[in-house]
Design a protein around this ligand. Structure first.
Ligand SMILES: *Cc1c(COP(=O)(O)O)cnc(C)c1O
Length: 446
């Protein structure tokens, strides 16, 4: 944690303690008091156990989708957590509920829902997608929910939770959906992923929107991973066409705890039509109401939720606006640029090559000193392990079907049904400076 965040944290907690004390003197009960020696002993053990993590903050970590939250975001989170507000009902945390409404308004505006919207934070992208698919089912009770074969596995799983039929649509070589393979009459909602979890692919929203409109099909965008890349929609750094049309979709999911600098526990679902609020109706005798204002618990499937998440995200958006030239834009453009540099480096290397050109900041690549698919898999796993045991780099592995792989790389003998390659997620802006060093460490292992 940097100095400024640490100071802000200490100042915040102190000031809130003074505020609590202003209600009059009181002492914590003896039952809650622990001897200092015991505290020190347990915390020492705790810290040692936490050191068994991979170094997520360090740029040598380019493995999974793990991005360190901004220290100011978790300082704000920790300050709020000292009060522990609950954003279920307004009474559980009036200021944090207000802040949640403000960040939802900012996100709705950011995604282009200019006039109307309904939405709230969730504890994750999974729950946010569950709500969107639930509304999809309620809107078209007898129809299927379709998604591509590269969509996050949560969509198939949640279809089974919701007892609605999920339909997997093949993706063609050019990245479009194989719509000839489906009968639009069967489909109530189409899921389009902007930034797939595997390799950050941006699915063809352009193709789906007019088709869906013609057939009265809802469109749900899963931008849990990619959403914040909309800050770059008008830049030359990414292909902006899908990002520019997000406002035409019926619902959008984004995870501030992925690219939004937030600690875990922060997803978000947005609906374009506030009318869908009618599906959430409940008549709870437990929920307390002190005003006519909307309670977030009335439009959310989850009940108790950390108000601290809203506080942290609100603070972050004050400091890092959702803009191209300032705030989030420069962070994401560094991530994107790191992936492009890795693409060039692997393609000019004699030992590694990229699987395909990255669309965002995730890239797949593999060692080329191999003649069969199983040799590529074996070598990839060795490099992956070697980096970790030397503590010099941290990557992830990614499995691709032999069929897809050989379409792009026909020169390897097919002796297995799939092939495992290396994958890097460049979620940290520091990756842009570090990527050359990272690449040479990996190449030296080949
Ligand atoms: C991460 C992710 C999810 C699931 O979100 P969680 O916050 O991990 O529950 C869903 N869809 C996509 C595209 C994702 O990347």
């Amino acid at each position: 944690m940097d100095n400024l965040s640490e100071k802000s944290l200490q100042k915040g907690i102190r000031s809130l303690n003074e505020w609590i004390d202003s209600f009059g003197d009181w002492e914590p009960d003896d039952s809650l008091i622990v001897p200092e020696k015991k505290v020190n002993e347990v915390f020492t053990r705790l810290i040692e156990r936490l050191k068994c993590n991979y170094p997520f903050e360090h740029p040598s970590y380019a493995g999974q989708m793990l991005k360190p939250p901004h220290p100011l975001a978790w300082a704000a989170y920790a300050i709020a957590m000292s009060i522990n507000p609950n954003n279920h009902a307004l009474d559980g945390g009036p200021p944090s509920s207000e802040m949640e409404k403000e960040v939802i308004a900012s996100l709705a505006r950011f995604f282009g829902y200019e006039n109307t919207y309904l939405g709230h934070l969730t504890s994750s992208g999974t729950i946010a997608n569950l709500e969107a698919l639930w509304i999809a089912r309620e809107s078209h009770p007898k129809k299927k929910i379709a998604f591509s074969d590269q969509a996050h596995y949560t969509h198939g799983r949640m279809c089974s939770v919701l007892r609605v039929e999920g339909l997997k649509i093949p993706v063609l070589d050019d990245g479009t959906f194989d719509l000839d393979a489906v009968d639009p009459e069967d489909i109530g909602t189409m899921v389009v992923t902007l930034g797939t979890t595997g390799l950050g692919d941006v699915e063809p929203l352009d193709q789906i929107l007019p088709w869906a409109k013609k057939h009265g099909i809802r469109v749900h965008i899963d931008a849990a991973y990619g959403g914040f890349f909309r800050t770059l929609k008008d830049s030359k750094l990414i292909n902006g066409t899908a990002w520019q049309r997000m406002q035409e979709a019926d619902s959008i999911v984004v995870d501030p705890h992925k690219h939004g600098l937030q600690p875990y526990g922060c997803g978000c679902v947005l609906f374009k039509d506030p009318e869908v609020g009618k599906f959430y109706k409940h008549d709870s005798p437990y929920t307390y109401f002190t005003s006519d204002d909307l309670h977030l618990g009335e439009i959310s499937l989850e009940c108790s939720r950390a108000g601290a998440s809203a506080v942290a995200f609100w603070t972050t958006l004050q400091l890092f606006p959702l803009e191209e030239k300032t705030g989030f834009g420069p962070i994401l453009s560094n991530c994107r640029s790191a992936a492009l540099t890795m693409y060039e480096l692997t393609n000019s290397s004699s030992k590694l090559t990229s699987y395909k050109k990255p669309e965002l900041d995730i890239i797949g690549y593999f060692p080329t000193e191999a003649s069969t698919l199983s040799e590529i898999s074996e070598r990839s796993k060795e490099i992956f392990q070697k980096g970790m045991s030397d503590r010099s780099f941290y990557l992830s592995l990614y499995k691709i079907s032999a069929k897809s792989f050989t379409k792009r790389h026909p020169d390897f003998e097919v002796d297995a049904e799939d092939v495992t390659i290396l994958r890097s997620v460049f979620m940290k802006p520091e990756h842009d400076n570090f990527v050359k060093e990272l690449f040479s460490r990996i190449e030296n292992c080949c």
